[in-house]
Design a protein around this ligand. Structure first.
Ligand code: X8Z
Ligand code: ZN
Length: 595
């Protein structure tokens, strides 16, 4: 009798202490995913309205909806900890990990701080969207980012370029206080989730430790640095010829306002200033599109047809009804291009202020890459509806745009005849001014932000640290003093809007790996920069198989599926540009390289 009682007591105690089961973990994750899907869709709808119609109210509504999503995600991520010690199947383990990374900015559990954080984030994005420079303070002459972009691309007057450069950077100092506070709150949220800081959290999304990931990007940069230095030296010398020795130094960094882009991130707009004599490919896509009076919607149709040629389904009718293709004339919007999947199934949209030129032709292919990826993985569970890693998401549309070759333009009737192969140095130089010039920029934005999040760079060193990195990696410098009264990082969309940036660096490495693998699958034997996968079903099948995986498996598996290797590797971009690199080294002989 006594013994039975004791056994019963022991059993009861054991069942009280019984840990959760695998089945309970699965049920918990199912519930979390269903709930988060609904909250994410509400937040996404509110953000869409905020971005396409900036007012105090849309901003507040978006902040509120985001707060609900972020707070729920963080709550679930914390609750998930109790299942971590179980021997879970791979997919559940992966979901618990992804749950912690479901938000870019993690909110602390204190509801007041969560609300403050999402308000700051929404306010900063709106401030960027409303950014304008009114020369001489004249309200009738204000320039928005489209005007600024156009002037930086086409003006060759260094005084005007410098003035506009300065003007755009004046939108940022008012953001500094809110940005600083946002960093503080997000860091608290990240620590509550067990990360050292928000930067460490961002570096945790790559199926390796944050430290390994930092080493990985350093390794990739070292792989491409020699190519960048050759391009930099050649461009500096050409700009010195154009603007004179009092404007461009012989050996030092290039002034940031002369590279055809307000952030000096892609340099293709100064192609005419650096074009090789006798090797210019002799056609200009911007001029062709303009001459034909191409409309913004027609530009998007060109993009869509590329994807359908690979046997992707056409975009849904709602895409054409709901997207924003041009800047509305009567209200403020966030013009920075983006792609959306508002219901996480097939409410696909892009938001862009399309200009008729080659740059935006590329950006359209880029954005549609996001949309076709989103739809390809829409049968995955919610937490796996994402790129293999975020670099993959950014690389897909760019991979397609690498197939926009002269032969492709002939095929679709935009060009009469493809230029001779002996013009290829011009073609490659044009591409390098876009893709190679971007590499150090892609790398440094988050080198800066990681230091900011970790506290290594304090608010009174923000601008100095920014320009140190710009100089170190890009070999670019501001034309005037930029003290701490400026907040130059805030003049870049992704800093103001809290979008991580290392993804673009990775994408610029990955897209060349993808392009090479898909071109081989398509049976292209010619020089790789002349390969186009347009219309090739086998390449389409391979691409789609990878896209459908979403984030369900480590990215190394997705990469292997398409390229046969498990490593990100800059050999592909180096060999793509090898003929150009040899040519640049020849041009640069006897001239200074480096800064
Ligand atoms: O932001 C973008 C895309 C939207 S995801 C237009 N890009 C980066 C930028 O503009 O800074 C594409 C290239 C880099
Ligand atoms: Zn993108």
């Amino acid at each position: 009798m006594k013994r039975t009682f004791l056994v019963a007591l022991l059993m009861a105690a054991a069942s009280c202490r019984r840990g959760p089961t695998v089945e309970e973990a699965r049920q918990f994750l199912d519930r979390a995913e269903a709930d988060l899907l609904e909250l994410a869709n509400e937040a996404s709808r509110a953000s869409w309205v905020q971005s396409t119609y900036i007012t105090l109210d849309t901003e507040a509504l978006a902040a509120k909806a985001n707060e609900r999503f972020i707070s729920a995600a963080v709550r679930y991520a914390k609750e998930a900890v109790k299942y971590e010690k179980l021997n879970l199947p791979d997919d559940l383990k992966r979901k618990i990990h992804l749950l912690k990374l479901a938000t870019t900015l993690p909110a602390p559990s204190d509801p007041a701080l969560a609300a403050e954080m999402t308000k700051l984030a929404a306010g900063l994005e709106s401030a960027y969207g409303k950014g304008r420079y009114c020369p001489g303070g004249d309200a009738s002459k204000c320039l928005n980012i489209d005007d600024i972009t156009r002037i930086m691309a086409t003006s060759r007057d260094p005084r005007q370029l410098y003035d506009v450069w300065n003007g755009w950077h004046s939108i940022a100092p008012p953001m500094k206080k809110d940005f600083t506070r946002l960093v503080e709150i997000a860091n608290q949220g990240a620590r509550e989730l067990g990360f050292a800081d928000t930067g460490a959290m961002w570096r945790s999304g790559y199926d390796m430790s944050p430290e390994e990931f930092s080493r990985e990007v350093d390794r990739l940069w070292e792989q491409v640095r020699p190519l960048y230095e050759q391009l930099h030296a050649y461009v500096r010398w050409k700009l010195r010829e154009k603007y004179g020795p009092s404007v461009v130094p012989e050996k030092g960094p290039i002034p940031a306002h002369l590279l055809g882009n307000i952030w000096a991130q892609q340099w293709d707009n100064i192609y005419p200033l650096v074009a090789p004599a006798g090797a210019d490919p002799g056609y200009d896509l911007t001029a062709i599109l303009k001459r034909r009076n191409t409309t913004p919607v027609e530009m998007v149709r060109y993009g869509e047809r590329f994807y359908t040629s690979l046997s992707f389904e056409p975009l849904p009718p709602t895409f054409w009804e709901r997207s924003m293709f041009t800047r509305p004339r009567d209200r403020d919007v966030v013009c920075h291009a983006s792609a959306w999947d508002v219901d996480n199934v097939d409410d696909l949209r892009i938001k862009m202020c399309i200009e008729i030129n080659a740059d935006d032709f590329n950006v359209i292919h880029h954005e549609l890459g996001h949309n076709f990826y989103q739809r390809a993985y829409n049968k995955q569970p919610f937490l796996f509806r994402a790129g293999a890693n975020d670099g993959f998401h950014e690389a897909i549309g760019d991979t397609i745009a690498l197939s926009v070759t002269p032969e492709y333009l002939v095929k679709i009737g935009l060009l009469d005849r493809a230029p001779d192969a002996n013009r290829d140095i011009g073609l490659l130089l044009g591409r390098a001014l876009d893709k190679v010039a971007f590499l150090p920029f892609g790398l440094l934005i988050d080198q800066w932000r990681w230091k900011v999040f970790s506290g290594e760079v304090k608010p009174d060193q923000y601008n100095r640290a920014w320009w140190e990195l710009r100089r170190k990696y890009q070999g670019v410098a501001p034309a005037g003093e930029r003290g701490e009264e400026f907040f130059d990082p805030g003049a870049k969309y992704h800093v103001a809007a809290s979008v991580p940036y290392m993804r673009y660096f990775l994408a610029h490495i990955l897209q060349f790996q993808f392009h090479k693998a898909l071109s081989e699958a398509a049976g292209c034997t010619g020089p790789i920069h002349r390969c186009s996968i347009y219309g090739n079903k086998e390449a389409g099948r391979r691409l789609k198989a990878m896209l459908e995986m979403g984030a369900s498996r480590p990215w190394q598996e997705a990469l292997e599926k398409i390229t046969g290797t498990r490593q990100m590797d800059a050999t592909a971009i180096r060999s793509y540009f090898k003929p150009l690199e040899d040519w640049l080294a020849e041009q640069n002989r006897g001239k200074p390289v480096g800064w």
